[in-house]
Design a protein around this ligand. Sequence first.
Ligand SMILES: Cc1cc2nc3c(=O)[nH]c(=O)nc-3n(C[C@H](O)[C@H](O)[C@H](O)COP(=O)(O)O)c2cc1C
Length: 462
Amino acid sequence: MTWREYHDATKHSVESLRGARNGLDWANMPDPFRHYEGVPVLDLPAGPPCPDTPALDVLRGVAGSTPAREGGEFLSQLLFYSAAISAVKRVSFGGQTYALRVNPSSGNLHPTEFHFRTRGLKDWTDGLYHYRPSSHMAEQRARGDFTAEPLEFVLTSIAWREAWKYRSRAYRYCLLDMGHAWQALALAARAMGCEAVATGSFPDHDVAQSCRLPEDEWPLLLVSICGNAIPRDAAETVWYGGEANRLSDEIVPYPLIDGIHEATCLRAVMPSSSARPFGEVARTRRSAVDYQGGSLTMSREQLATILDAATRPLAADFAAEPFVQLCLYVHRVAGLEPGLYRHGRESGELELVQAGDQRTAAAGLSLGQDMAGNACVAFSMIADLERATRAHGDRGYRYAHFEAGAIGHRLYLAAEALGLRGTGIGAFYDDAVHRYLNLTPEQGQVVYHFALGHPAPDNRLI
Ligand SMILES: Cc1cc2nc3c(=O)[nH]c(=O)nc-3n(C[C@H](O)[C@H](O)[C@H](O)COP(=O)(O)O)c2cc1C
C-alpha cells in the first residue's frame, strides 16, 4: 500500500461518517497502560524538582539545568515532566475517574510508549527499560550494552489503542501523538540542560527485535538525549585548579573599556513575556474542551509569540526542511482583522487570504466541534505530503505528521505559558478543508487542526 492510498481511504467526509459503524466496544477497550510483567520494577525518586527556566525561553532554545546527581534522579525528572500522569478527570456520568498525562493524546488513548536504553548513567545499571507511567517507575527489561549513547529513547506506538475508537484513521493519530511525545521529551530535556536529537530513519524490524517488542508495538522514533547535565559514571570533567599569573603589579581601570565590553556581551537568556517555569507549564498543560466565545480576545503579541515558539527548527534527521504550513482562522485577536490567514514559515508573517468571520467555517470543518469557532484562533496544518515523500519515500508520510504533532505540542505549551489554552483536533473533513482553502493535493493536504484561546471551565478536572 502507498501512503496516498492510506491517506485517501481514511479521509473524513459527511458520507464516510454517515456510513460508519457507530458505538464503541467497551468490553474490549484496550488497557491504557502497557506493563511488561515479570521484570524488576525500579523506583524513580518521587517529587523531582521543577525545571524552573521560563517555558517560553525553553521553547525559544534556552537550556535550563538540573540538580540531579544520579541516573535515577535524572530519569525521574525527565519523565515526570514529559510523560507522567499529571491530572485526573471525572467521567461525564458516574463516579469513575481517569488519568491525564503530561503529553496529550487523541481521545486520551495514549498509543505512545516510552522505552529507553542507558549507558554509563551514574548509579544506574546499563540496559533497556520501559517507563511505567501508572506508578512513575522503570521496568528493567534487560541489562547490558544496548546503546552507544548515555541515554536513548525508543518511542513506540500501539495502533490498536487508537484503532479501537478511530478505526483505520488511527494511524494518523498515532503519528501526531508521536510528534507531541517527541517534543514533550525534547523540551523537558532542554529545560534540564540537555539536547534531544530525533531519528526517524532506522530499520524498523531490527529496532523492534533489539527491544524484543511485542507484535502490537512498533518503534516510530528514536530520541537521543545528550549533554553534560546527564550524570555519568565515567568521563567526568576534572578541573586541575590552575591559577592565572598576574601580568603586572598594578592594573589601571578603564571604565570605558569595561563598559563597551559589557555592552557587547551576549546573554543566553532572551526577553520573555512570561516567567512561568517550564516544569509548571508542562504539568499543568491541558486540552480545553471548549472556549469562552463572546468578546474575549487574545493580543496580537501573544499570537506572534506563540507562532514563533511553535515554528522553530526541530532537531531531527528528517527536519532539515519543514513540510508543514499553518493556515489560521482568526476570530478574536486584538489588532488583527478576523479572517483567514496564511503563516509564512520563513518570514513569520501573516498574510490575509480572505477577510471576514471564520467561526462557522472553522467549527464546521472541524467536524462540527464548536470549540474551533469559540477559540480566539483555529488552525489547519497543511503538509506538503508530495514533497515529504519525494524527499524520504513513503517514510516521509510519517515525518510530516511528526512535524505537525511537534508544532501542536509547542502551540500547547506556548499558549499555556501565556495563560491561554490549546486543543489538538484530529477530526476534520479533509477534502472540505482543501476546498475551503483552495488547495490542490499537490499544494498540500490537511493533517491536523488546532484551537487556541481562553478555555471554558472544565468541571470534570479534579
Ligand atoms: C492528535 C490529537 C488529536 C486530538 N483531537 C481532538 C479532537 O478532535 N477533539 C477534541 O476535543 N480533543 C482532541 N484532542 C485532545 C485530546 O482529547 C486530549 O489531549 C486528551 O483528552 C488528553 O487530555 P489533555 O490534553 O488535557 O492531557 C486531540 C489531541 C491530540 C494529541
